[in-house]
Design a protein around this ligand. Sequence first.
Ligand code: ADP
Ligand code: ZN
Length: 660
Amino acid sequence: MEQPSPTSRVSVLLPYKFDMAFTYEAQGPLAPGTLVRVPLGRRMVVGAVWDEPPDEAVKTRPVAEVLDFPKLPEDLRTFIDWVGGYTLAPRGDVLALTLKEKLLEAPPKRAKSFAFGGADAARPGPALSVIQEAAAVALRSTVAEAAFSVTLLDGVTGSGKTEVYLEAVAAALRLGKQVLVLLPEIALSVQMLARFEARFGARPAVWHSELTPAQRRETYRAVAQGRADVVVGARSALFLPFADLGLIVVDEEHETSFKQEDGVMYHARDMAVVRGKFCAAPVLLVSATPSLETAENAAQGRYRKLDLPARHGGATMPRMEALDMREAPPERGKFLSPLLVAAMRETLAREEQAMLFLNRRGYAPLTLCRTCGHRLSCPHCSAWLVEHKASPRLSCHHCGYSLQRPAKCPTCEAEHSFVPIGPGVERIAEEVAELFPDVAALTMASDVIAGPAQAAEAAEKISKREVGIIIGTQMVAKGWHFPHLTLVGVVDADLGLAGGDLRAGEHTVQMLHQVAGRAGRAEAPGRVLLQSYDPSHPVIEALLSGDLPAFLEQEAALRRPGHWPPFGRLAALIVSAEDERIADQAARALARVAPQGEGVQMLGPAPAPIALLRGRHRRRLLLRTRRDIAVQPLLRAWLAQVPLPRQVKLDVDVDPVSFM
Ligand code: ADP
Ligand code: ZN
């Protein structure tokens, strides 16, 4: 008689909203990390064999297929468990950041994969300056340790940080390891890819939302098989299944865009450090304006620190000046001070380029009725509608709702009475066109520059001096290297300070310092003019003095006594519901049983600054603890006590960055 083949049970984690792994029956043992297709209800889904013991008692169904794909490595599985535990997201949701069924399809046989790998680490880089070489030597030996460590590379804009970290990349490649470089903005990948190619003779793989499905599949496979040696990507690249990761670089580590604000709310910089730990790889954080978190870790000796205090090649740091808008105001209905306009004229006369920075998309942030004061706002969000010149509509930047500009005011019925209030970049572009009719200008904002290809085109126009004036949002602030750009005008230096969240000052300093860093990167010296109605504000003073460590000291002194991050821990709960009363009730129910005790404090509930978002009313609660008290066990115990009705959505945001 034939013996039935021996079966064994396995745990399988599925990339869906479950925290637990499910038990299935397999034909013989399957190693953890193996990708399998299994039944889930009436569907077939892909999952990964997980490390925990299967349930021997439950009724199970068989594994349908073992996929021909590299196993998810152990360090990645540990990482996924850890991220779930830290963010309180179901582990399945975290796995979904790594594993998507669509990515597993094999490329068609005849298709040549469009060449991964091939970086030549033996190619020499540029001759480094003495100080750059010292940093590079330290980084090469750090990488050669092939062990976990974190290093902060802190250097002023244009000091050669990128040049130096490419040396660390080369060192990892020489060990035969893979390298991940995280960038805050995919538009930046264009210049970065060109630099990598110039340095190593091959293009790195890229990973971001603009790839085609075929490119994604091929890249994913190449990363898993270890063929892709360098990956440059946005934060989601952190979850790729690298076969043998030997270095993680987080460029512009202070950038808030590393924080994922929905789904699994993780901070890619912090999680990069965790991933580095699990795969025993060094992590390199790079910035000209390190976050207080990272600066504090360096100060406490938890991170190593390397400094590049001067610009490369004798280029000087730009001269910063505040323009007091009360003393030199713009004309009525205009936004550029005559002093800034004069500086632009001088710059253009020298055949150099000028950049105007305003972190606001569209034409005007607010449109109101001149007769009765009625404001055009979104019916679904606590937000004003923003006018965009490209279309005759006003739109909500939160939910996309849009409205044809009304001929009559809906409140007072006055005709043609709507007026734009305040500037967005489009309105500044209009003012520039009136002032400089013969100068070509270019606007860079996410709604006009849709992806890396358009960003590359824009960058090329700027480099070739086809434009004299660049007007942009935060998109122009980061990383770009434009040698002929010598004047930067910040249209509204006070803008970021109004929000008043925990890091408003820090983020404003970082962003404006970055924008300023675009000026004077080559021989000609740069000049930066900050338009401000409050030039004695500590943030403006810090920018003028250029003493950023002193500013961080001040910030630390403000946050330390109250145990605000990084001197304490913070988690936010965002309770939302379509019915305002239900949102309130749920928030109060949570508040009633909030964790208490020495070193633990609950703040709220309070309406969120955006109290209505996409039709849902939002309430916020904040849990703050001393640094030595972990928030996750408190949160778990807390949330377990309050059964929330179905209509209520609860988002848990550990280490919140946005307080909106
Ligand atoms: P950062 O990343 O600090 O802003 P970069 O690495 O982009 O600085 O360097 C600024 C500019 O100076 C770049 O064009 C870079 O190629 C150039 N540069 C930096 N160091 C050197 C060097 N040692 N030799 C030649 N060019 C260099
Ligand atoms: Zn809206």
